[in-house]
Design a protein around this ligand. Structure first.
Ligand SMILES: [Fe+2]
Ligand SMILES: [Fe+2]
Length: 266
């Protein structure tokens, strides 16, 4: 099985969705790469965060846990309608696996926060990002677009945190998260063209406005994290720049350049 599936130009989801079809392969890849956070992580090992960085790191992980928890609530709400809109019987099967991935991430982060001496309490301000993704007009299209942002954000945050060497203990599961998030981006690179090929001008306008507001709001929230990011050795602005650059490249590759343009305030 290839590492990832690409959306063939002009391809549509199939009616039968059986073994050998694109969406069935995407589903099977997710099944084969499930991992068990109880058995595969050595939870008895100690965290190794530099005490001078610990407070800032606890606050950042609390926000990351909030975003993953919100993502889990929203994917649970959206999985049926997204599966239907993709139009392939294997798409809902795949989404069940993605729900399981996010369950694992939330479970790991709750446990990790407790180990860091922090109650895993969600932050309402960051929770509100989920509203953009699960409510209102064109909500399936908006969930797909919002998720492209959140999956890229998670990917770049995880990779940067591993590279900054903030906590070798967390790297054990951050590396596994990264593989899951790469699969989630690949899901979107297949689902967005399948759903957006029927996008009329009214829905297109709704996606443009909602995504502009979401990304502006996310940028403003991000600015509040500058000090904590710096304290643990992360560059918040460089992180956002990379996320936005990845998204622009992905939208272009999917054939929708200019539909979602991330803000780049200086
Ligand atoms: Fe996740
Ligand atoms: Fe994800």
């Amino acid at each position: 099985m290839p590492a990832f599936e690409t959306h063939p130009a002009g391809a549509r989801a199939t009616e039968d969705g059986g073994p050998g079809t694109r969406w069935h392969r995407i589903y099977r890849r997710a099944v084969e790469r499930q991992w068990d956070n109880e058995r595969e992580i050595d939870w008895s090992a100690s965290t190794e965060v530099d005490p001078r960085r610990a407070d800032a790191w606890r606050r950042l992980v609390t926000i990351f846990h909030t975003l993953e928890s919100m993502g889990l609530v929203v994917i649970n709400e959206m999985a049926n309608s997204v599966g239907r809109r993709v139009g392939d019987p294997s798409a809902p099967l795949y989404l069940g696996m993605q729900v399981a991935d996010e369950v694992r991430h939330v479970d790991c982060l709750r446990r990790y926060l407790t180990k860091l001496g922090q109650a895993p309490k969600r932050q309402p301000l960051y929770d509100s990002l989920g509203l953009f993704a699960s409510k209102g007009f064109a909500r399936t299209e908006n969930w797909l677009a919002s998720t492209l942002f959140s999956e890229n954000f998670a990917t770049v945050f995880l990779r940067s945190s591993i590279e900054a060497g903030i906590d070798p203990f967390a790297n054990q599961f951050f590396r596994s998260f990264l593989k899951d998030e790469a699969r989630h981006v690949n899901f979107l690179e297949n689902a967005i063209p399948d759903v957006y090929e029927r996008l009329g001008s009214v829905r297109r306008g709704a996606v443009k406005v909602t995504q502009f507001a979401l990304l502006r709001f996310a940028w403003m929230l991000g600015k509040r994290l500058d000090d904590d990011a710096r304290a643990v050795g992360l560059d918040r602005r460089a992180l956002y720049d990379e996320v936005f650059q990845r998204m622009e490249d992905q939208w272009r590759k999917m054939g929708f350049a200019g539909l979602v343009v991330p803000p780049r305030p200086r």
